[in-house]
Design a protein around this ligand. Structure first.
Ligand SMILES: [Zn+2]
Length: 241
């Protein structure tokens, strides 16, 4: 399996091109911005896109979806609960350098439990609600790789304690289903997570939920958050009541 990552856009979201060794078909995960660059890379590798896979629909992950889909004809797989959020995204241009966001047709929706054959790869979808309502992870078991977007990250941003509880449940579910997965690639960092990172994320969320640690205030992406830290992990809550 080949995986190539590209940090794109003003806040360096990671887009991943993945394909089976020897295959000329590929998938593109979370094309956040810089469509011309992503299209050039696809062409340079001599690949054709089988699908565009979205882990979630935050603005920094979807800016290149429409132009790449249009140029390649690849279907867009979008979390079922987020297929209608595009209108919101298109009116939401909070940071310089993003967009303009063009509309696209979501041809497929995923919610978790699906098994897809794309790019010569067998890809399982695992639901991961928390960071966003419909977040999903894409898991390739043969090569033990998972694409988790912003759901497994050195710094997970969540709306409130209710979403923290939901995300924690999702992490436990993901952990139970991915004990053999040792490369967990993410939306904003290059160093992949491993199994030990999952345990550390859960330890941090438990400590926050049981109010065993205190956070500090920090503004991230123009919004004030309360940040909690344990080891190399951080969890930021927008509302910490
Ligand atoms: Zn996100």
């Amino acid at each position: 399996m080949q995986v190539r990552g590209f940090a794109v856009g003003p806040i360096q979201e990671n887009s991943y091109l993945a394909w089976a060794e020897g295959s000329d078909r590929a998938v593109l995960v979370d094309p956040g911005e810089e469509a011309p660059r992503l299209l050039a890379e696809i062409e340079r590798e001599g690949l054709q896109l089988d699908a565009i896979l979205l882990t979630h629909t935050h603005f920094d992950h979807v800016g290149a979806v429409a132009p790449v889909a249009k140029a390649t004809g690849a279907p867009v797989y979008v979390p079922e609960l987020e297929r209608h959020v595009l209108a919101d995204i298109m009116s939401f241009v909070p940071y310089a350098g993003f967009g303009p966001f063009e509309s696209w047709e979501a041809e497929e929706t995923v919610a978790g439990g699906e098994h897809l054959t794309l790019g010569g790869l067998e890809i399982e979808v695992i639901g991961f609600p928390g960071h966003t309502p419909g977040s999903v992870a894409y898991v390739e078991r043969q090569h033990k790789v998972a694409f988790t977007g912003d759901s497994m990250l050195f710094r997970v941003l969540l709306s409130n304690r209710e979403k923290l509880a939901q995300w924690t449940e999702s992490v436990r579910n993901f952990a139970a289903k991915t004990k053999d997965i040792d490369t967990i690639v993410n939306g904003h960092q290059w160093e992949p997570f491993h199994q030990s990172d999952i345990a550390e994320e859960l330890a941090l969320s438990d400590a926050i939920m049981q109010r065993k640690i205190t956070g500090y205030s920090k503004v991230i992406l123009n919004s004030p958050r309360i940040i909690y830290t344990l080891g190399s992990k951080r969890i930021g809550l927008s509302d910490d009541k």
